[in-house]
Write a protein that binds this ligand. Structure first.
Ligand code: NAP
Ligand code: 12T
Length: 339
């Protein structure tokens, strides 16, 4: 458990990455109670310094003693690093909030979205997992609907930005776009095919059942977070040539009937959700508007007329913020509140 203190020695592991950068920014913006900030990355970043508040903080590499004295560590350096280093950190008495997929489905590890299940933080044993970006934005919307009308089944299709894959994918979309507009040949290193001016129905690895790992994360993580294994979820996850924000089309079947107006009222009162829905004025959420925002935006709320109790909607959230850095920082803030 976290000790009660005024300020905390805090670390970001993977500080130089897409999520790590956003974590540093989020800690600064939210005036997180930091006594000292330590930054870690690979040997490739040795010698780098990064700005935090008015300081230039050196980037360090990890060793067995790195976590001594650290209170809270936010990990975003990939699943392999989390597998090796999160237990080392936890053993040193540091509380880890891990952004990778490594610990999410471990029964000993709580999987938390503060608006949905902050009560699960009570039973952590040193590691807390941050869910997948696509799952986080979906569950902040599903939970209040589930509480009101019991969700039976969800059909979700995602439209995911390249920043979800990290810095190299952001660079690849930029480079391919510039090359194509200059009539040059494109090179593909991060994704199996060109992503500029294209759409790929493929995120993370393919599994035996024909789904991708990303799709199965949405199925399994949703049930664990909401705490109801009876909710059925089927997902198709798609990469689109967008830099920031994941969009999702949701089809939700409930036990009790809800009208679109009732859904609008429920979601308007839900924490972390903004209803942005006036189709007569072309008002609906889009990635370029939602980039940099904290909330999950919801529009296109309408009845699914093909089933008894069905609702369709369109949701957009910033994958680097609520989908990663912000959710992790909110978890750390809750832990401090509970200390
Ligand atoms: P990224 O831009 O590629 O950044 C990777 C970071 O990991 C860099 O800081 C890199 O340091 C560091 N790193 C790599 N190898 C390391 C090592 N051996 N020791 C220490 N640090 C090392 O990737 P990203 O998009 O930020 O994603 C990072 C992690 O967050 C991944 O686990 C990803 O699955 C997770 N993530 C989670 C969500 C979510 O859904 N919640 C969303 C996006 C990403 P260098 O700069 O020195 O190479
Ligand atoms: N493959 O944290 O490529 O499980 O967008 C997040 C994002 C895995 C994860 C991506 C991924 C994760 C992606």
């Amino acid at each position: 458990m976290l000790k009660k203190k005024g300020k905390y020695i805090t670390a970001v592991v993977g500080a130089t990455g897409a999520v790590g950068n956003e974590m540093i920014k989020t800690l600064e913006e939210r005036a997180f109670p930091i006594e000292r900030l330590r930054l870690f990355a690979s040997e490739r970043s040795e010698g780098r310094r990064m700005e935090f508040r008015d300081m230039m903080i050196p980037v360090e590499t990890l060793n067995e003693k790195s976590f001594e004295g650290i209170d809270i560590a936010l990990f975003s350096a990939g699943a392999e690093r989390s597998k090796t280093w999160a237990p080392v950190a936890a053993h040193s008495g540091c509380i880890v909030v891990d952004n990778s997929s490594q610990w999410r489905m471990d029964p000993e590890v709580p999987l938390v979205v503060p608006e949905v299940n902050s009560y699960d933080l009570k039973w952590h044993k040193g590691i807390i997992a941050n869910p997948n970006c696509s799952t986080i934005q979906m569950v902040v919307v599903l939970k209040p609907i589930h509480d009101a009308a019991k969700i039976k089944r969800v059909v979700v299709t995602t439209f995911q930005s390249v920043s979800g894959t990290g810095q190299k994918a952001i660079a690849e979309l930029m480079q391919q776009t510039a090359d194509l507009l200059n009539f040059k040949a494109v090179t593909c290193t991060v994704y199996p095919y060109q992503i500029a001016f294209n759409v790929l129905p493929h995120i993370d690895k393919f599994l035996e059942n024909g789904y991708t790992k990303e799709e199965m994360k949405m199925v399994n993580e949703t049930r664990k977070i909401i705490g109801d294994p009876a909710i059925r979820v089927t997902a198709t996850t798609v990469r689109v040539p967008v830099f920031r924000c994941h969009s999702e089309s949701l089809n939700i079947e409930t036990g009790k009937k809800l009208t679109p107006d009732e859904v609008r009222a429920i979601l308007s009162a839900a924490p972390g959700v903004i209803v942005y829905d006036a189709p007569d004025k072309n008002i609906y959420p889009i990635p370029i508007d939602v980039a940099g925002k904290d909330e999950t935006y919801v529009g296109r709320i309408r009845e699914d007329e093909t089933i008894e109790n069905g609702i369709n909607m369109w949701i957009v959230a910033d994958n680097l913020r609520k989908g990663a850095a912000l959710n992790a920082v909110q978890i750390a803030e809750k832990l401090i509140e509970m200390a």
